[in-house]
Design a protein around this ligand. Structure first.
Ligand SMILES: O=C(O)c1ccccc1NCC(=O)[C@H](O)[C@H](O)COP(=O)(O)O
Length: 231
């Protein structure tokens, strides 16, 4: 299934992320193997899985290959992608979607990379932090567009500003994307429920899910707050 279709059809529209380290170098996997985390996410009904291969977060390309070999859920690669050859590699490693960060790319590169991703059958997962970045997006109707609540230019050391997602939602709706996503800094089920109630079709959560003592309880709380029954 396509990344975007899987997310839009999900009872729990949460892209669950594997990220080895937090921005301060803290371990997020503990004793768990990649296989165990993927199994936990699948059992929790993850429609899509995100893998951070960026080295700032302890990532490596091998993590993407391993995750893609363990699941048939669409997998997003989160890395600093600036060139077409990285898209080819992402595809080869098993990705279904690729992160393109508006704030890190020269404006002229975004249309080229969005076009090249689509040609390769990869969903562009475009991250933005401002209205100006949203207004400049090419082919937003064919992209997942995500508001990043943290500041990647500061290595995401900040706790995140979830109100940024609320503020930018009207601009996202106007961009033409069918799949607005709120990403980063979502640690509590209450925050997740608030963002979904506001109109987000998906959330991307790493640290909050990797650090919780019970993923099952975290997601049950979210379901209760949303009044949904997940079988
Ligand atoms: O945002 C980027 O440009 C980026 C580039 C390369 C590797 C990672 C990148 N971002 C990481 C993230 O955005 C977060 O891991 C993700 O949104 C989850 O955040 P959190 O729930 O706060 O762990």
């Amino acid at each position: 299934m396509r990344f975007v279709d899987a997310l839009l059809a999900a009872d729990r529209p949460v892209i669950m992320e594997l990220k080895r380290r937090d921005p301060h170098g803290g371990d997020l996997f503990g004793e768990r193997s990649i296989r165990e985390i993927v199994a936990e996410y699948e059992a929790a009904g993850a429609p899509c899985i995100s893998v951070v291969t960026g080295r700032w977060f302890g990532g490596a390309d091998s993590m993407l290959r391993e995750v893609a070999s363990l699941t048939d859920r669409p997998v997003l690669q989160k890395d600093f992608i600036t060139r077409r050859d990285q898209l080819l590699k992402a595809k080869d490693l098993g990705a279904s979607a690729v992160l393109l960060t508006a704030g890190l790319l020269p404006r002229s590169s975004m249309p080229t990379l969005v076009g090249a991703s689509l040609e390769l059958g990869l969903t562009p997962f475009v991250e933005v932090t401002s209205e100006a970045e949203i207004d400049a997006l090419p082919s937003a109707d064919q992209c997942v567009v995500a508001v990043n609540n943290k500041d990647i230019k500061n290595k995401e050391r900040d706790p995140g500003d979830l109100d940024r997602s609320i503020r930018l939602l009207p601009a996202l709706a106007g961009s033409g994307t069918v799949c607005p996503v709120s990403a980063s800094g979502i640690t509590e089920p209450q925050d997740a429920a608030r963002l979904l109630a506001a109109g987000y079709k998906g959330l991307l959560i790493g640290t909050g899910l990797l650090r919780t003592t019970s993923l099952v309880d975290w997601l049950d709380s979210l379901d209760k707050l949303r009044n949904v029954n997940v079988p």
